[in-house]
Write a protein that binds this ligand. Structure first.
Ligand code: SF4
Ligand code: SF4
Length: 249
């Protein structure tokens, strides 16, 4: 029987280790303090977040970004492939036609269509990256930005103006025409490196007309929305350091 009277704590009949058990019981607290003492001299691993956030791994899957061409036109063509690829049904896309005609809505991307509505629901997103794999134009990539917590569920549904990359040097806020003399494919062949004088002139006249319209509506409405102005505002709070196009394919 296992609990035979002749058995000892060592489990071997006939051996009596009651003296060793007494000593180990006696020094057990000292051994515990030894662990504490040796830990005191190890390098501290405490992270001072959020004061000093640690850099992420280079291919970290963070917040998404909708990228632009070097002149500022959007890369998204509203094809919805990202939404179909998403296993969490977190993306909503509604495409629309670019309209260069007089009085039209204007051109937002070099192609036939653009993403008029674009939303990502970060309450659903699992950051798997399948959407950026599916995107045929490299319009959608992921950044290293991960501070997405909020106590308002509505604020975790990011809209297009939040997801669009901020305007970098040489870029203009759409809508405006493509670089004169070039086709859509030229944008993907790297033939566009910045906005042109003609594009800048178009945007200047467009903004001037918008200012006149706002002024005509009265002094109480001096700042009517100019197409694309939300892009500029967004650039201030989502810095270039956080935008890493193509960093996480
Ligand atoms: S990362 Fe994954 S879950 Fe998140 S939007 Fe893209 S496909 Fe959907
Ligand atoms: S982000 Fe890419 S895949 Fe999604 S709608 Fe735009 S072009 Fe298509």
């Amino acid at each position: 029987m296992a609990d035979d009277a002749s058995s000892t704590s060592s489990g071997k009949p006939g051996q009596d280790d009651r003296g060793g058990g007494f000593l180990s019981d006696l020094f057990a607290p000292v051994a515990g303090f030894g662990v504490s003492f040796s830990t005191m001299f190890r390098k501290v691993a405490t992270e001072e977040y959020p004061e000093k956030p640690r850099p992420t791994a280079p291919r970290f899957h963070g917040r998404h970004q909708l990228n632009r061409h070097p002149d500022g036109l959007e890369k998204c063509v509203g094809c919805e492939l990202c939404a179909w690829a998403c296993p969490a049904d977190a993306i909503l896309v509604e495409g629309a036609d670019n309209d260069d005609s007089p009085g039209g809505t204007g051109r937002f991307s070099p192609g036939e269509r653009y993403g008029r509505v674009y939303q990502i629901n970060y309450l659903r997103c699992i950051f798997c990256g399948l959407c950026i794999e599916a995107c045929p134009t490299r319009a959608l990539t992921m950044t290293n930005f991960y501070e997405l917590a909020d106590n308002d569920r509505g604020k975790l549904i990011f809209t297009k103006d939040q997801l669009l990359a901020p305007l970098q040097s040489g870029m203009l806020p759409p809508p405006f025409p493509m670089v004169e003399g070039l086709e859509e494919r030229d944008y993907y062949q790297g033939k566009v490196t910045t906005s042109t004088d003609a594009q800048r002139a178009y945007v200047d006249s467009r903004d001037a007309a918008a200012d006149e319209d706002a002024y005509a509506q009265g002094p109480g409405n001096p700042g009517a929305a100019v197409p694309g102005e939300h892009d500029v505002a967004h650039a201030a709070d989502f810095t270039a350091a956080q935008t890493r196009e193509g960093a996480n394919p």
